[in-house]
Design a protein around this ligand. Structure first.
Ligand SMILES: [Zn+2]
Length: 209
């Protein structure tokens, strides 16, 4: 069953997202970061075949050799880069809620992307200046650079500030805060907000007695 996003059918690469969805194209950043689900202990990028299929479906990387048995020697390195960049992006989102600067280790995978990616500037016939990566994307670095360009645009229009990480340290799910006050702190009140509040309440009661 396809979930719907304000009347739009959710793309297959975002099928693991259920609520507090970011508007496209930021939705892809959210879907990428949430390929790791700490709560359910699932990771779309844990196994090479599943990871390759998801990255291709999301348009972040060419699926590679189509005939079985043909070597895709770069994939192991790409998979490591994808996992590392995922945590760097999570740290960038965490900065919105926690304010901590990124560490050198968190910045390094992003530097690898910006160094490897081939971005290009183009001026369209209607006079619009665009910065983008080659389409269709073949190399992972270009696909990941596309995510960074999406983040840059979201930073420019202010929507990036609404990307947040769930305040439950065992969850860290990336969600989009559409609340008027912009003070949302949980991926979902029922699954994380109340659970954590109840736990803190129990701890306080135990301390008091
Ligand atoms: Zn949560």
């Amino acid at each position: 069953m396809a979930a719907s996003l304000i009347g739009m059918t959710l793309p297959s690469w975002a099928s693991h997202l259920e609520h507090k969805l970011a508007p496209p194209p930021l939705l892809l950043v959210q879907a990428f970061v949430n390929t790791l689900d700490l709560d359910l202990r699932t990771d779309v990028l844990a196994h090479a075949d599943e990871a390759r299929a998801w990255l291709a479906d999301a348009g972040l990387r060419d699926p590679g050799p189509s005939s079985p048995g043909q070597a895709d020697t770069d994939f192991a390195a790409d998979l490591q880069l994808a996992r590392d960049v995922r945590e760097s992006l999570r740290a960038m989102i965490a900065r919105n809620t926690e304010g901590k600067p990124l560490t050198e280790a968190e910045l390094r995978p992003l530097e690898q992307v910006t160094q490897q990616a081939k971005t290009r500037l183009e001026v369209t016939s209607d006079g619009q200046v665009r910065l983008g990566t080659a389409i269709p994307v073949q190399r992972l670095a270009d696909g990941l650079a596309g995510l960074l360009l999406t983040i840059r645009d979201a930073q420019a229009d202010g929507s990036w500030d609404r990307m947040k990480l769930c305040g439950n340290p065992e969850c860290r799910w990336a969600f989009y805060d559409r609340s008027h006050s912009r003070r949302g702190a949980w991926c979902e009140m029922a699954s994380c907000g109340n659970k954590l509040k109840n736990r803190n309440l129990r701890a306080r009661r135990a301390q008091a007695s």
